[in-house]
Write a protein that binds this ligand. Structure first.
Ligand SMILES: [Zn+2]
Length: 439
C-alpha cells in the first residue's frame, strides 16, 4: 500500500483524489488530473470516466541542480519508491506501484522512451496494463537489456500507429508524431462526453515533419488540446545562430568530421537513432571509425563499441568517439592532439543551465579541446507550437511541459493553465475558461 508522507504537500493531493473518485462514480463525467504539469519536465496526467482511469506518461523530472535527486544524488537502494514519494518525485497513487495490488482501474500509456516520460516504469506494478508505441520497441528493449532503464516485466503491449485501445468507455488512439527518438506518439482520447488530444513531445523541423502535420490534422477540432511547450518563453539572443533542423545538424556534424585535424568526440544520445545514423554516415565519408560507449551503442543499434584507447591515441584523425559527460576522464588517456573537438549533440549537460556544463568547460580548457554545440532540438519552436494550436483549433488549449506555459497566446483559442493535483471536470473547463482556476 502506498501512502503519502504526513506533512508533505502530497496529503492535500490524496484528499482531493479520494473526493474525486466518489464524484466520478456518481456523476460519470470526464475528469482530468495533472499529477505533474511537467513545468518544465515530468508531465503526467490522468483521464478518468467512472471507474475507468488512463494514466499518461510516467517519468521523472529532469532539472539538474534543482530537483532533490540530481547532481549524483539518487534514491537509496532498496527504498527507491519511498524516497521518490517522500520528495514528491513520484505521485502518491494507490494500486499502481509494485508491492501494491493493481487497483483494477489504471491503464498506463507512454508517448516515448525519454526518461522524463518513462523513468518511473521500473517501479510499476506487474499487473498494471501498459501500452506504448510499437515503433519504440528497439530502443525500449535496448534500454532494458543494457541496464539504462530496467523496464517493468511483463513489458506491456506495443501498439501500432493508428490503433485504438479501449479502457471502459475511454478510447485512446495512437497517432505518431516526429520527435528525436524512434516511435514517438501523440494520443487522441475520446470519452462519452469529451475529446482530448495530447501532442506528446514533437517537432516540425525533424526528418519526418509529415507525421506531426498528420497528427495536427487528425486532432482538428478537439475539445481540449494538451500541448507540449518546452520551447515557450525561450529568448532568442541577438547574433546567436538559428536553431538547426535535424538535417542541418547532421550535415554540420559531417563538416566537422571532415575539417577537424584531430580527434572528434561527439556527446550524443544513443536513442536518437537518426542522429547516430547521420553521424555514422559522416564518419564513413570523413574516413573515421565511429566507436560508442556500450549503453549508447546498444540503444542506437551501432555495432562498434569503444574498447582500448590505444588505437585512438595512435590515430586520432582516423576516429570519432561518442562519449558522455561521465567519461570526460578518458581525455587523460586519449591525449587528444591540437585541433581536436568535443561536440555537444544532444547528450547532457544540455546547456549552461546545468551545473555540469561548467565542469565540461573546465575539461575542455585543460585539454585544449574545442567545445562546440551542433544539435537540433526535439521540441517544436515557439512558432511551431502556435502552428499546432492554430491547426488543431481546439476549444481550449492546455500548455504543459514548459518553463513558460503562460507565454502561449493564440487568438481565438483560450488557454487553461492547470494546477497539479486538482481533478478538473472537462465540462467545467469547457464551460468557463475565464472563470475557471488558472495560473
Ligand atoms: Zn522527449
Amino acid at each position: 500500500m502506498v501512502r503519502a508522507r504526513r506533512g508533505s504537500s502530497a496529503d492535500l493531493w490524496v484528499a482531493t483524489a479520494v473526493y474525486d473518485r466518489r464524484f466520478a462514480m456518481s456523476a460519470a463525467s470526464t475528469l482530468l488530473t495533472f499529477l505533474h504539469t511537467g513545468n518544465p519536465t515530468g508531465l503526467k496526467f490522468l483521464v478518468e470516466h467512472g471507474d475507468a482511469r488512463c494514466l499518461f506518461d510516467f517519468g521523472r523530472e529532469h532539472a539538474p541542480g534543482r530537483t532533490l535527486f540530481s547532481l549524483g544524488l539518487e534514491p537509496r537502494h532498496g527504498s527507491e519508491l519511498g524516497d521518490l514519494l517522500a520528495v514528491g518525485a513520484a505521485p502518491p497513487l494507490e494500486g499502481v506501484y509494485a508491492g501494491d495490488a493493481w487497483d483494477g482501474r489504471t491503464h498506463l500509456f507512454i508517448t516515448h522512451m525519454h526518461l522524463d516520460h518513462t523513468g518511473l516504469i521500473p517501479l510499476l506494478g506487474p499487473a498494471v496494463p501498459l501500452y506504448y508505441p510499437a515503433a519504440m520497441e528497439p530502443v525500449r528493449a535496448a534500454a532494458d537489456s543494457s541496464g539504462y532503464l530496467p523496464w517493468r516485466h511483463p513489458t506491456g503491449s506495443g501498439v501500432a500507429d493508428g490503433e485504438t485501445i479501449a479502457v471502459g468507455p475511454i478510447r485512446v488512439r495512437f497517432v505518431a508524431v516526429d520527435h528525436d527518438v524512434p516511435g514517438a506518439t501523440g494520443f487522441l482520447i475520446e470519452t462519452p462526453d469529451a475529446s482530448l488530444a495530447f501532442t506528446g513531445d514533437h517537432r516540425w523541423h525533424g526528418l519526418s515533419p509529415e507525421l506531426t502535420e498528420a497528427f495536427a490534422d487528425a486532432a482538428r477540432g478537439v475539445d481540449l488540446l494538451i500541448q507540449e511547450g518546452v520551447s515557450l518563453g525561450s529568448v532568442s539572443i541577438d547574433g546567436a545562430p538559428l536553431p538547426l533542423h535535424e538535417a542541418d545538424a547532421i550535415s554540420e556534424l559531417g563538416r566537422a568530421l571532415v575539417e577537424a585535424p584531430g580527434l572528434v568526440i561527439v556527446n550524443c544520445y544513443g536513442m536518437n537513432r537518426e542522429r547516430v545514423a547521420g553521424l555514422a554516415a559522416g564518419c564513413a565519408a570523413a574516413g573515421r571509425r565511429l566507436l560508442m560507449e556500450p549503453q549508447m551503442a546498444a540503444m542506437s543499434g551501432w555495432p562498434d563499441v569503444l574498447g582500448s584507447t590505444d588505437p585512438i591515441r595512435d590515430d586520432p584523425r582516423g576516429h570519432c568517439l561518442q562519449l558522455g559527460f561521465e567519461s570526460l576522464p578518458l581525455l587523460i588517456d586519449l591525449q587528444p592532439p591540437p585541433g581536436s573537438v568535443w561536440i555537444q549533440s544532444g547528450g547532457s549537460p544540455m546547456g549552461p543551465f546545468d551545473p555540469a556544463y561548467a565542469v565540461l568547460e573546465a575539461w575542455s580548457a585543460r585539454f585544449d579541446i574545442e567545445l562546440q554545440t551542433i544539435t537540433s532540438s526535439g521540441h517544436s519552436r515557439p512558432e511551431d507550437v502556435l502552428r499546432m494550436v492554430t491547426t488543431v483549433h481546439p476549444k481550449v488549449v492546455l500548455p504543459v511541459h514548459s518553463r513558460a506555459p503562460e507565454a502561449l497566446v493564440v487568438p481565438g483559442v483560450p488557454s487553461f493553465l492547470p494546477k497539479a493535483g486538482v481533478a478538473y471536470r472537462v465540462a467545467d473547463i469547457l464551460a468557463g475558461v475565464s472563470s475557471a482556476p488558472s495560473g
